[in-house]
Write a protein that binds this ligand. Structure first.
Ligand code: MN
Length: 382
């Protein structure tokens, strides 16, 4: 028997029913390319099945934090009752889902992050990392899971053209999320990239118009992904989402160029933060099993990239955070074979929230607990 991802058929049926009954549908996605491309393809699948979405919402990780958050729920609460579908986030939002239920939303979670202790009280949860899910491949990006969901929704009504167009975004999101390029991911990437060269999507064509295609394709791909990942979510609107759903070629060129420029600036800032951390580390003794550094001036949206470089350079788990007035918020990257979510489970008494993947995760903490948290982590990784 071929196992499907648990609840994926159930979620598709529920979404189809919502389309039929003209229920209000809200998509709430993570602000990285995996989350954005998930929202875009699910929105287009819903459109293609004769429905529409009321809104696509993307939290600002800097301001609102990762996941479903209070600001977002408060902005959306007048839209209840509605079907509230989360993409690439939600599995860690036990309290927020409770609140969403109370507001009158029905929540469907589509996520691929590690489950924590206890699951949110959502009406349907699609996440292959749930213990009760026996779908064999656990390494899909969220957009790969969403692609499967779109296929369930549309069935035979998914045209080849639409499927190719979804696969292009699924490939980009899968590469961007740095999940292993094996198994189903490999198939998605192969098919998606094949189609990407002749994409119909104006937002992607715009990049080829600016940076060219042909022989430099490999290099172009990295540029496109970093540019799309350099977008910001302001007032819960995301520039890359706008670009990928914009039908106007001229407008697409303008936004694509803006994102390319933004990415250049971002890369320079990342470099200077990395240099600062190296300076700090060189002054410390070698005994620590992790790198744990924060600063009020470091933007949270850059913490993941910085942590990734630092973790590779020192072959140690890197916890990089922005220190704000009372709380700090950070990103974590760690070498193969380590599990930072497990580590934070052990140290969770010191944390407000945490979650993610074994080697790529995040946390939020009260500043008064920073030292204890660091000590707990050092003990764990020793
Ligand atoms: Mn993801």
């Amino acid at each position: 028997m071929i196992h499907k991802i648990k609840n994926i058929e159930k979620a598709a049926e529920r979404i189809k029913k919502a389309v039929q009954n003209k229920e209000r549908i809200i998509l709430y996605g993570d602000s990285d390319l995996d989350g954005i491309s998930s929202v875009v393809i699910l929105e287009e699948a819903i459109k293609s099945s004769g429905g529409h979405i009321d809104s696509a919402f993307f939290p600002d990780r800097e301001k609102d934090g990762y996941g479903i958050n209070l600001n977002g729920l408060n902005m959306l609460k007048d839209k209840a009752p509605a079907l509230f579908i989360t993409l690439d986030l939600g599995i860690g939002n036990i309290e927020e889902v409770k609140l969403a239920n109370k507001m009158g939303f029905e929540v469907i979670i589509v996520d691929h992050h590690e489950t924590l202790d206890g699951a949110p009280e959502a009406s349907i949860i699609v996440d292959p990392k749930q213990k009760i899910d026996d779908f064999p491949f656990k390494g899909m990006a969220n957009v790969g899971i969403t692609f499967k969901l779109c296929k369930e929704i549309l069935g035979n009504n998914m045209s080849k053209k639409l499927e190719d167009s979804f696969l292009e975004l699924a490939a980009l999101g899968t590469i961007a999320d740095m999940v292993p390029q094996i198994d189903e991911n490999q198939k998605i990437i192969e098919q998606g990239l094949r189609s990407l060269k002749d994409t119909f999507r104006p937002g992607l064509r715009a990049f080829f118009g600016i940076i060219g295609q042909g022989a430099i394709f490999e290099g172009a791909l990295g540029k496109i992904i970093s540019a799309l990942n350099a977008a910001e979510s302001i007032n819960f609107e995301n520039e890359s989402y706008f670009l990928l759903t914009c039908p106007d070629a001229k407008e697409c060129m303008r936004i694509a160029q803006k994102l390319i420029d933004k990415n250049l600036h971002k890369q320079q800032t990342i470099k200077s933060i990395v240099e600062e951390i190296k300076r700090r580390v060189s002054k410390k003794d070698e005994g620590e099993s992790i790198i744990f550094e924060g600063d009020p001036s470091w933007r949270l949206v850059l913490a993941g990239s910085v942590a990734s470089i630092i973790s590779q350079e020192y072959s140690k788990p890197a916890f990089i955070y922005r220190k704000m007035d009372k709380e700090s918020c950070g990103s974590v990257r760690s070498p193969k074979g380590t599990n930072t979510v497990d580590a934070m489970k052990i140290c969770s008494d010191f944390l407000l929230t945490y979650g993610g993947h074994a080697q790529a995760s995040g946390f939020r903490i009260k500043n008064e607990n920073l030292e204890e948290f660091k000590k707990c982590l050092n003990d764990y990784f020793n």
